[in-house]
Design a binder for this molecule. Structure first.
Ligand code: DX5
Ligand code: ZN
Length: 221
């Protein structure tokens, strides 16, 4: 599946951009929420998304904030089906994941490039999605760090060997040129920001992304 990160969209036409990218074949909308503290950048919060009115779903919230516990309810109310918190920002990760599920959402956890896979082991039974960052979070348009793909392979094995139904997603620097390497390393869901929004033809780009990913993985979830 292709999850379109609206971080690289034209914010002055945000609703139109969301409608266009879904119309062009993106499967989901990915909300990059930044607080200027956990990451060195600020984006938007629930009021901005609420102000757009009816927008297509599914939509997931990637919370790059220092105190994710304060915002879980607001993103659940917005209708996000997945809420993802960073392992580096979570003092009580198990509690956070349980709260997300109690709100009726799927619980996701994200790892920065330098955070090892082993940190996931204690919480695997409480997870619905793992979001592997292949850039340091904070900005769109950065180049993928290919060395992180070894960690992705390790996580793929952890999921498969344990028989977990956890979606493995990749975020950062995914383009038509790099998506196959992430798929080969085990990702089945791909966040793409600048790779789509900086292209002149969203539909052709999304079709090319899916084609490249499907060459390596028979199913994308
Ligand atoms: C980075 C964000 C990503 C980013 C992806 O902090 O979490 O979702 O917007 O953008 P690209 O695809 O341009 O790397
Ligand atoms: Zn993201």
């Amino acid at each position: 599946m292709i999850s379109a990160s609206i971080l690289s969209a034209d914010f002055s036409r945000l609703k139109e951009e969301i409608l266009n990218v879904i119309g062009a074949g993106a499967d989901r909308i990915h909300l990059d929420v930044m607080d200027g503290h956990f990451v060195p950048n600020l984006t938007f919060g629930p009021p901005v998304i609420r102000s757009l009115g009816e927008i297509p779903r599914p939509m997931d919230a990637h919370l790059m904030v220092s105190n994710p516990e304060a915002y879980l309810g607001a993103f659940a109310e917005l209708g996000c089906d997945v809420i993802t918190v960073h392992v580096e920002a979570a003092g009580h990760l198990h509690k956070l994941l349980t709260e997300i599920r109690d709100l009726g959402c799927k619980a996701g956890v994200s790892l920065n490039p330098a955070t090892p896979a082993v940190q996931l082991e204690p919480v695997l039974p409480f997870l619905d999605e793992i979001l592997v960052m292949t850039v340091n979070p904070g900005f769109g348009g950065q180049a993928m760090i290919p060395e992180v793909l070894d960690k992705m392979r390790k996580i793929r094995r952890m999921i498969d060997d344990g028989g977990y139904e956890i979606v493995l997603e990749v975020d950062g620097g995914i383009k038509v040129e790099t998506i196959a390497s992430a798929a080969e390393a085990g990702a089945t869901r791909f966040v793409v920001g600048s790779g789509i929004f900086e292209s002149s033809d969203y539909k052709a780009t999304i079709a090319a992304l899916k084609e490249k990913a499907l060459l390596t993985r028979a199913t994308l979830v």
